[in-house]
Design a protein around this ligand. Structure first.
Ligand code: NCD
Ligand code: ZN
Length: 344
């Protein structure tokens, strides 16, 4: 196949950051995505209608001229989130609230320390039809980092799922066979996003031949059997899996460091890399549903009506992108060749 035309995709999980960084991240995503679920883990986090609205205004101001890209806003759940916060955020256009166990990942210190105490909030969300987006990892220091997603399912996610029969949940950036199996077995209220890095890579790509800080993200890359399970999940054509890049930029100096930040900046190549994955899996016929229809169908939002076209053409991902601040970022797959290219 030399060209793929698909309904314009959306990115159901990404990090735009704030300030100057928006002038880099928003155009990068708007080049091929019509909408994106914007993660609220700023410092301080976006926790209510007021901060959500001002953040949305800053994102809209960073769109390229003529772009009708639409940010889909979320709020960050904390121990202090109230039912009123949920109502007000919903009225301000929030489509979802994000649950980070405290300390699970970048900028999550303000997050939830006791999941059970949030149950009244989940009840309100369920009544309001607001989706719950979950970073599914336990955070206890004695738990091996490679087991944290599996234990989260056993210790928390199963209970939340059982307790709230109407709550719609997105298990974000899943990384394990356990997570894929959980989602496949659960009913239609549960779906999952899958990133390009978890489809393309496994933990060898992080650690063999030297530490590769630009492949470090959370949840961390797992064994190849888990990578294969995620590939099988997307190749199955199940409607429960959809595109969420988790594009999460950090300045080069913060990645190439004695204590490097977690996050892969994939916005400039994600749609092309996903195409490559589906092609390798001989599943290009399932690509459009994953990228463009499963997400809006799960969220209860309209499908996009315009299209994008990818052409079979080699190009090289830049080795660095210079931020408006002058600081470099190393993008995901820097310097590597991709075989699909966005047309136009
Ligand atoms: C994300 C970030 O940098 O904000 N990092 C990451 O490794 N994915 C946070 C997150 O989604 O976990
Ligand atoms: Zn994320």
């Amino acid at each position: 196949m030399q060209e793929i035309t698909l309904i314009k995709p959306d990115d159901w999980h990404l990090h735009f950051r704030d300030g100057d960084m928006l002038n880099e991240t928003v155009p990068a995503t708007a080049r091929c995505f019509q909408r994106a679920i914007v993660m609220p883990n700023l410092v301080p986090p976006v926790t209510n209608a007021v901060t959500l609205e001002t953040y949305r205004t800053r994102i809209l101001a960073a769109r390229p001229a003529g772009s009708d890209f639409e940010p889909l806003m979320t709020i960050f759940l904390t121990d202090k989130t109230t039912a009123e916060d949920i109502h007000a955020a919903k009225a301000a256009g929030a489509v979802a609230a994000k649950l980070y166990p405290a300390g699970a990942t970048t900028n999550s210190d303000a997050a939830v320390s006791s999941l059970k105490s949030l149950y009244p909030i989940f009840e309100t969300m369920s009544d309001q039809g607001m989706l719950l987006l979950i970073h599914g990892e336990v955070t206890e220091s004695h738990v091996d980092i490679f087991d944290r997603e599996k234990l989260f399912i056993e210790q928390h996610l199963q209970a939340i799922y059982d307790h709230f029969p109407k709550l719609r949940i997105v298990f974000e950036h899943i990384t394990t066979k356990d997570a894929a199996d959980f989602v496949l077995t659960a009913d239609e209220r549960i779906a999952a996003t899958i990133t390009p890095q978890h489809l393309l890579l496994n933990r060898n790509d992080l650690l063999v031949g030297g530490i590769r800080p630009h492949n470090f993200c959370l949840p961390v890359l797992k064994r190849n059997v888990h990578q294969q399970a995620l590939q099988a999940a997307v190749a199955s054509g199940s409607k429960k899996f959809f595109l969420g890049t988790d594009s999460a930029p950090h300045e080069k100096a913060k990645k190439e460091s004695a204590c490097g930040c977690a996050g892969c900046y994939s916005a400039w190549s994600a749609i092309e890399l996903y195409a490559e994955v589906f092609e390798t899996l001989d599943a290009l016929d399932k690509f459009e549903a994953f990228a463009s229809t499963n997400g809006p169908d799960f969220y209860g939002l309209p499908r996009n009506t315009n299209t994008i076209t990818l052409v079979k053409q080699n190009w090289e991902i830049p080795t660095e992108i210079i931020l408006p601040s002058g600081e470099p970022i190393v993008p995901f797959y820097a310097g590597q060749t991709v075989s699909w290219k966005l047309k136009g």
